[in-house]
Design a protein around this ligand. Sequence first.
Ligand code: KG4
Ligand code: ZN
Length: 343
Amino acid sequence: MRKPSTHLLAIESSCDDTSVAILENDKVRANIVASQAIHSLYGGVVPELASRAHMQHIVAVCDQALQDAGISLKQIDAIAYTRGPGLMGSLLVGVSFAKSLSLALGVPLIEVNHMEAHVLAHLIDSGNSTKPEFPFICLTVSGGHTQFVLCSSPTNLRVLGETLDDAAGEAFDKCAKMMGLPYPGGPEISRLAEQGAPRRFDLPIPQVPGYDFSFSGLKTAFLNLLQAGRQQQENFVEKYLHDLCASLEHHIVKILLSKFELCAAREEIGTLALAGGVSANKTLRTAFLSMCQKKGWQGFILPNTFTTDNAAMIGIAGLYKYADGNFSSFGAPPLARMAVGKV
Ligand code: KG4
Ligand code: ZN
């Protein structure tokens, strides 16, 4: 007899995107993301505004997801939600909504670690692409984290190295702010970099041992470059905007990929993946795939919709916990900090 499908409703609200997805097994039936434009006025996410916007959006986003998937709440087998890490107020909205739905429907509740979900997005069945086989190493590059995760199975993830200070996305966002660009800065820098010279400005490559990263020195060097340039020419940033963006992007990609090459070689693992918002960056994607091709490694990148924050990735992470009967208690509070591989 054919096994009936599992329908999972997943909720993501850890930062400034309100998202609800419906999964039917490992296939995404709907994945609605409401981004909060309000933060661009402030050059970064304002936590209090983020939680209020989540409250305004979450019911409509959930309705839309169910409608797009063409299924009713009665067909939902479990609710998966982001327990952490993230902004406390933002998490609280998703966590409370998930608990209420789970209680009302009488279905299990599954807590998901947002950073594990970024990695497990690679296990979504997107139709035409293949999935990485275990073990693989994923470099997760997001606004708050930059980490190598060794994935031995969907429920066995371990951090091999991570940033000691700023994340790669944070470096993009903060340097963008220095140049007067809107938040989030990553996509804007990436767009402007397309017409710039990546080697016009030299920036330092940090000497951090092992598999760890550091981006704070690069950020300071970039600030110094802008200040020195402005002293010479008032319109320095405007004049060299494309080259500044291209040089910054070039250095961030170089830092990320030289460590990835080291990590893969030392761990002797040739199945590699990129995840997180920064992995939407075209230059990074192209350079990563070309590194893999040269080395004879298999490289996996995600469709853009699954790189930045979305509930589909929470759904796929929840699916594996559902299969193990690994459910969450109603008393579990949201966690602003939550380590990978610890739950
Ligand atoms: O994974 P994500 O959506 O949220 C977090 O969990 O942090 O990542 C957001 C980060 C932001 O720093 C944003 O600037 C960056 O991803 N980002 C990019 C691009 N698209 C998003 N960075 C560089 N190039 C892009 N195309
Ligand atoms: Zn994220």
